[in-house]
Write a protein that binds this ligand. Structure first.
Ligand SMILES: NC(=O)c1ccc[n+]([C@@H]2O[C@H](COP(=O)([O-])OP(=O)(O)OC[C@H]3O[C@@H](n4cnc5c(N)ncnc54)[C@H](OP(=O)(O)O)[C@@H]3O)[C@@H](O)[C@H]2O)c1
Length: 518
């Protein structure tokens, strides 16, 4: 972790971030070195809706470096003034409460740089601009680049950053890059992108973002497993029957039909978010909470999952598309009727897969991952289903198995389901639940995942970012599923919009198990 006291020797007085109102206990007292953040794609949706509001969340909590600047890089002919107004609007609409004031205090350190990504001269001018900012605001030559652009633009930006020397680090000056998802569309494209990144940046300068890893509840998986004595002894195939990981969305593809046709839910959600969460559930305890120790263990999980042979695909996966139905009081389109979607499209809007982690701990415990659009509600959860007791002492009871439920969103928290005696003269057993809720337990406003990840990148801490080998291993598995689907003559199954997916998903689980309906 980098511990330089931020901005002590700044040459002028930069706008000051506010003092952390949460106190060090919640904020962890982490302060990053002075730096300039260059956002490629600064006029886009992600910058306005997520990145700048998250930066202001950090400012509000006193976590931004005291010397800090943002340079927005995009094509539109905006002035600094226009850029600041747009960002202020974004902070007002999408930021945490009271972050407008943080923006107003820092707005002078926001500037706009107009250039096409392919124009080499634009990078020369950017380098000069950054040198000026170092002089004016004391950002000390430290640069953090954020690729908030369509993936098709990554290549030309990476090439120009390398050519212009902006990617180079020198004594006491860092140069880092954050890359947005999607990171490739298969192992070949991901690996080509990694190679191109390597032309300008070493692996420790690269931060591949998966915003799920920035969510409090996802990080709480590590805390739950490794700071408590009671869970880990049960965390293996002797006690866990199976694990269900669900990421459900209630929305359809909307105006993104064209984009979605190229990816499908397996590339859009399962390759990244669900597999990342799964590795945290399945990994061995790392020797330390360092970036490489954690990621070494995560990647071992992925390596322990075999690629599928085409003939295994029908048994191990289910894919489906939503069909027209009445949902939340309105008639909604089926996937094939959405704008930008081919009438005979095979792209899946729902997928469920059974993954087997072939190692000592999990040999007989399947992991079921499911994700879909137009499901009944937006929810992300991990459910650890424990085995039934070996002997049924209560013949009249049919208790459900114990489930440890990690609710990632909404209602972030952890619940444990277990059987309890119903009051009265009979020995009747019913399921009850112990429930921990993040919001009420800590009473703090949950920060957006991007806040944590932006701060970690400024600190140079890659623990919550995907390493090159993780991304490529996840693609290896997903590629084998996609190849099996492409070779299959069967069309995707269907499910009514607003339902929990196709009936076929049930058979994936096997005898005696059922999908949760959160
Ligand atoms: N939006 C989200 O909530 C979200 C969530 C997760 C991940 N992501 C990922 O984040 C990335 C950005 O998404 P977005 O929704 O913000 O995209 P977007 O709204 O389409 O923005 C694209 C940005 O790139 C700029 N741009 C494109 N071509 C350019 C060129 N040749 N030269 C200079 N600037 C150029 C655009 O500038 P001009 O318009 O000024 O030309 C604009 O600022 C994507 O990879 C996306 O998958 C987005």
């Amino acid at each position: 972790m980098i511990s330089d006291p931020a901005g002590q020797s700044a040459t002028s007085s930069p706008p000051q971030a506010s003092v952390n109102p949460l106190g060090d206990e919640l904020a962890g007292n982490r302060t990053a070195q002075p730096c300039a953040l260059v956002i490629f794609g600064a006029t886009g949706d992600l910058t306005k809706r997520k990145l700048v509001p998250s930066l202001m969340g950090l400012a509000k909590d006193g976590l931004l470096p005291a010397s800090f600047a943002v340079v927005g890089f995009a094509r539109r002919p905006w002035s600094d003034e226009h850029f600041r107004n747009e960002m202020l609007e974004g902070v007002g609409s999408f930021g945490r409460s009271d972050t407008r004031a943080s923006f107003e205090a820092l707005s002078d350190s926001f500037s706009y740089h107009q250039s096409d990504f392919s124009d080499a001269a634009g990078y020369e001018r950017l380098a000069e601009r950054l040198d000026e900012i170092d002089q004016q605001l004391g950002t000390k030559g430290n640069r953090l680049f954020y690729l908030a652009t369509p993936p098709s633009a990554y290549s030309v930006i990476l090439e120009n950053l390398a050519k212009s020397g902006l990617s180079r680090e020198s004594e006491g000056r860092f140069s880092r890059i954050i890359v947005e998802k999607p990171f490739g569309r298969d192992i070949a494209t991901a690996s080509a992108l990694n190679e191109q990144i390597r032309q300008g940046f070493d692996e420790n300068q690269v931060f591949r973002i998966d915003h799920y890893l920035g969510k409090e509840t996802v990080q709480n998986i590590l805390a739950l497993r490794f700071s408590n004595g009671i869970f880990e002894p049960l965390w293996n195939e002797n006690f866990v029957d199976h694990v269900q990981i669900t990421v459900a969305e209630s929305i359809g593809v909307g105006s993104r039909g064209g984009y979605f046709e190229e990816s499908g839910i397996i590339r859009d959600m399962i390759q990244n978010h669900l597999m990342q969460v799964m590795t945290l559930i399945a990994m061995e305890p790392p020797s330390a909470l360092t970036a490489d120790a954690v990621r070494d263990e995560k990647v071992k999980v992925l390596r322990a999952i075999r690629s599928f042979a085409p003939e295994e695909i029908d048994d191990a996966t289910v894919r489906a598309q939503y069909e027209r139905a009445s949902f939340e009081g309105t008639e909604v389109n089926g996937y094939l009727e959405e704008t930008g979607v081919a009438a005979d499209s095979n792209t899946e809007t729902f997928a469920a897969v059974r993954l087997c982690v072939e190692n000592w701990r999990w040999a007989k415990t399947p992991f079921f991952l499911r994700s879909g659009k137009r499901l009944p509600r937006r929810v992300t959860e991990v459910a650890i289903h424990f085995k039934q007791p070996p002997h049924h002492l209560f013949p009249d009871a049919s208790p459900k198995p114990n489930v440890l439920l990690i609710r990632v969103q909404p209602d972030e928290g952890v619940a444990l389901r277990f059987g309890s005696k119903v009051p009265g003269p009979d020995m009747r057993i019913r399921d009850v639940r112990m429930d921990f809720q993040y919001g009420t337990a800590f009473g703090a406003e949950t920060a957006d995942a991007y806040e944590r990840l932006l701060l970690d990148a400024m600190l140079g801490d890659g623990t919550l970012f995907a390493r090159r080998d993780e991304v490529e291993e996840a693609w290896r598995i997903v590629d084998s599923i996609v190849a099996g689907w492409q070779q299959s003559s069967a069309r995707p199954a269907t499910y009514a919009a607003g339902s929990w997916g196709p009936n076929a998903a049930g058979r994936l689980l096997g005898e005696g198990r059922e999908w949760r309906k959160p």
